[in-house]
Write a protein that binds this ligand. Structure first.
Ligand code: 13P
Ligand code: SF4
Length: 333
């Protein structure tokens, strides 16, 4: 029996969870969630991962429906890779500041200025920008892919200038950057991080490469969300300072409850300001509505999809065979 949509907000939590479970089976749906999602969403997802893990899952699933609990560009990637499937996103407003920083027309003009450059484009962008790119990268495979490009080939990177600067510094390779950034990772405060480190000198700092250089230079480890998780679980330290969106702390606490994880602070010394406002738009109620109505649905026009598929397939071909293995958690593992 289907519950009227309005009732989702008034359903007791246990009923809401069991209705989501019933609908997922009824519709042959798979629920994919990013590490920045609300813990309750992570716990009921069929799979939790970083952008690369989730792209691979979306390409391989035999479900009829992909419910993407993440942001719009991630759901778009699922649709580009699996066009025959219905792909839904609990809240269509769940965008990304990196995507917003790179309008497709301006990106096209930028590319025209550097005709002899190969363009490595971060997956955090629209399908229309992917369609004008050579190879898509994520934070977990960007360095690995860059190393496969001949040293004499000129490279440009869009839209995250911090990821670009990090890769350039790490590999010693000069690159042209699009001037985009993530509003969440830019909010970390170096001054507050130094103060926090002074209070916990034994705690290694792990950071996402979307952080600016003044944060990354204090980090003992830099990597994608999966890589950050792997680092804190494998490192013998008992306490860590984590410079990325605080949603990731949930999997850390579940997998290593004996360890302490402290979110890196923003300018006010409080890490709550580093919550991704786009990821936070997805809620259990919207997830339930989304499964019930199979909307809002992601659609990508076929010409753009085919053009965007080529650089995405290149990424999948050029990625390391094994993505970092996430720990057992929720329904996912
Ligand atoms: P990951 O691919 O590392 O999960 O990063 C996605 C993202 O949007 C980080 O802000
Ligand atoms: Fe985009 Fe930043 Fe949110 Fe990641 S954390 S989805 S890069 S706005």
């Amino acid at each position: 029996m289907s519950i009227p949509l309005k009732a989702a907000e008034t359903l007791p939590k246990t009923e809401l969870l069991s209705e989501i479970d019933r609908l997922r089976k009824e519709k042959n749906a798979v629920i994919l969630a990013h590490y920045y999602q609300d813990p309750e969403i992570q716990d009921l997802a069929d799979f939790v991962g970083d952008s690369l893990d989730l792209s691979r899952k979306a390409a391989a699933t035999d479900a009829d429906v992909i419910v993407f609990c993440g942001v719009r560009f991630m759901a778009e990637v699922a649709k580009i890779l699996s066009p025959e499937k219905t792909v839904v996103l609990p809240d269509m407003e769940a965008g990304c500041s990196l995507e917003d920083s790179c309008p497709p027309e301006d990106f096209g003009k930028f590319r025209e200025k550097y005709p002899d450059h190969i363009c490595l484009t971060y997956i955090n962008c629209s399908a229309a920008v992917k369609a004008q790119s050579d190879i898509i990268v994520t934070s977990s495979n960007a360095e690995y892919i860059l190393e496969q490009i001949p040293a004499d080939q000129k490279v440009m990177m869009a839209p995250d200038r911090h990821l670009g600067a990090y890769l350039s510094k790490k590999t010693g390779r000069e690159m042209v950057f699009w001037p985009g950034s993530c509003i969440v990772h830019e909010r970390f405060s170096e001054k507050e991080l130094i103060k926090l480190k002074a209070q916990h000198p034994e705690a290694p700092i792990t950071a996402h490469p979307e952080c600016p250089e003044h944060i990354l230079r204090h980090a003992d480890h830099v990597g994608s969300t999966s890589s950050i998780l792997k680092f804190v679980l494998e490192n013998p330290a008992e306490k860590f300072l984590v410079a990325t969106e605080p949603g990731i702390l949930h999997q850390m606490q579940k997998s290593a409850p004996h360890k302490t994880f402290i979110g890196a602070p923003g300018a006010d010394g409080n890490c709550n300001c580093n919550q991704c406002p786009y990821m936070a738009l997805n809620t259990l109620e919207k997830l339930y509505n989304c499964l019930n109505t199979l909307g809002p649905e992601i659609n990508v026009d076929e010409e753009t999809r085919v053009k965007a598929l080529a650089p995405l397939n290149k990424m999948l071909e050029m990625s390391p065979l094994q993505a970092p293995t996430p720990p057992k958690s929720g329904r996912a593992f």
